[in-house]
Every structure is written in C-alpha cells, then in structure tokens.
Design a protein around this ligand. Structure first.
Ligand code: SF4
Length: 283
C-alpha cells in the first residue's frame, strides 16, 4: 500500500495557494482576451483590459489577484489504496492554509463564528470535501473563493415538471440580480439534481471540469450554450464586465448533474468571479 506523509499535503496546499493567488490560469486569460475583443461598448472593453492588466501585474509583482484572498475550499480525491501517515489530514490541510496566508501576506478573511465574527487570524479553517476513489493517488484541488461572488449563490427546489425554459429564466434572473456583486465576467457553475446539499456542492464542483471544456453530454452542452446565450447574447442587457454594462457577463457556464428523487429537481448556482483561482496537484 502506498504511503503519503501528510507533510507533503501541507506543502502541496502552500504551493497551490501561492499559484492560485498570483497566477491567473492561461485559459482564463485567453477567454478574457476574446471577451474583450468581442466588446463593442468602450467602457466594457476598457474594463476587460484592466482585468487583464491586473492579472499580468499580479503574476509579475507577486501581488494577489484580488484584495479578497478568499476562503480556501479544498477538494480531495483520495485513492482507497493509499495510507496517510503523520498529522491528521484536516490538520495538515489547515496548516498549509495558515502557513501560506502568512508567507505570502494574503488577507485573512475567516471568522470563527458567523454571528460573533472574530477573525481566526490565519484564514483557517478551510472547507474540505473528500471523495474516495479507486487507486493510490491523492489529488488536491484548491479553490480560493471570494465573499462577493459566494454571497450570490442560490438554490431553488423546482417542481420536476418545470420546463428547461423556466430553469434558464431562474438562472438568468439570478445572474442579473447579482449585478456587479460577483465581479463579472463570471464562471457560472450549476448543480442540477441530487438533494439540496448535493446540488450546492456540485454547483461548486462543476467548474473544476476545466475552463474552455464542453460538457461531454451533447444535451447538457446545448443547455450550457443556451444559458450562455441568455447571459451574453446580443440585445441582452446583463451586468457586463464588473457591472458597467456590455456583453461579457459570463465567461463560461458549467453544469454538473446528479441523480435525484422523483419529486425533486434542485437547481443550485455558484458564481466564480473574474478572479478565478483554482489549482490542482496529484500526489
Ligand atoms: S468577487 Fe472576486 S474579484 Fe470581486 S472582490 Fe470578491 S474575490 Fe475579488
């Protein structure tokens, strides 16, 4: 059985947080460049240019992509033929978070209690999701999630008789109502099906499929295209880049589905802001 010392997990979390904080992924920048080029509105075009410039400066100067350095969401895919040795897994992850936010001078945004609001001073704890999978590899994905975009999350438990048009109407209205709050262009993640909790988690996971990818099922690829068209299509008046108007409200739509109860049709939304910060490593 393969053994991993959890010190490796701590150092991987540090590396992933560093990369995510300062280096916007190339595919995100390519997407923003094409959105900028498609803008006819001068303000929207200039806004996209500033977003691109911000990403270049962050990479060059090792400055965070955004002042909100985010909650740390960790997705772990743990091979079942693997054994961990050393500090407990959750502690190893949180140690990585504590060290990274200190080492890289990142803003610490986590309060220990939702009503008493005392900052933990470390940005820990992280929000950790573990899936047990076949094999002996541990894959860690770190997502840094800003409060502004996370606050625009939503869930609606539809009647299963709802039409696809009704679902698209709900999604489009949620994005328009969110306005500038999630700092568009957003990467819109949609969890369809499951239970209420599974739909919300899938809404966060959907974007992990990869920027620039198409849904493997043509039915859902078409649904993603229809949602995208509703948000960015000609004649649509969405928030546009940072809410200043223009076409580029969404930079991508990602749907993740799950089996569901015969009486249920949950639709959950999670919005990733233009500071898309997500990195992955296999150990
Ligand atoms: S929503 Fe994103 S870009 Fe906007 S302030 Fe929050 S982290 Fe920064």
């Amino acid at each position: 059985m393969r053994v991993i010392d959890t010190k490796k997990i701590t150092s991987s979390i540090i590396t992933l947080i560093e990369r995510a904080s300062f280096e916007a992924p190339d595919e995100v920048l390519e997407r923003f460049t094409s959105l900028r080029d498609a803008e006819e509105d001068e303000t929207a075009r200039a806004t996209m240019e500033i977003i691109l410039e911000n990403a270049k400066i962050a990479r060059r100067e090792r400055l965070p992509l955004c002042q909100d350095c985010g909650s740390v969401v960790v997705f772990a895919e743990m091979g079942q033929d693997l054994r961990l040795e050393g500090a407990p897994f959750v502690e190893a992850v949180n140690e990585g978070i504590r060290k990274a936010y200190e080492m890289f001078y990142l803003r610490k945004s986590i309060v220990a209690d939702p009503l008493r609001r005392e900052n933990t001073g470390t940005n820990a704890p992280g929000f950790i999701h573990v899936d047990i999978i076949p094999g002996d590899v541990l894959t860690l994905t770190v997502m840094l999630k800003g409060g502004g975009s996370e606050n625009m999350s939503s869930l609606k438990m539809f009647n299963p008789t709802a039409s696809i048009d009704e679902i698209i109407d709900y999604i489009a209205a949620a994005v328009v109502d969110a306005g500038p709050n999630p700092c568009p262009p957003i990467f819109l993640s949609v969890g369809l099906g499951g239970t209420a909790d599974a739909a919300m988690l899938n809404a966060k996971k959907a974007v992990l499929r990869g920027i620039g990818t198409r849904h493997p099922d043509p039915f859902y690829a078409d649904l993603e295209d229809r949602i995208m068209e509703r948000l960015n299509g000609s004649g649509v008046s969405g928030p546009g880049p940072l809410g200043f108007g223009g076409k580029a409200t969404a930079a991508g739509v990602f749907v993740l589905t799950a089996p569901t109860h015969i009486a249920s049709l949950p639709v959950a939304l999670n919005m990733q802001c233009h500071s898309f910060r997500c990195e992955r490593e296999a150990l």
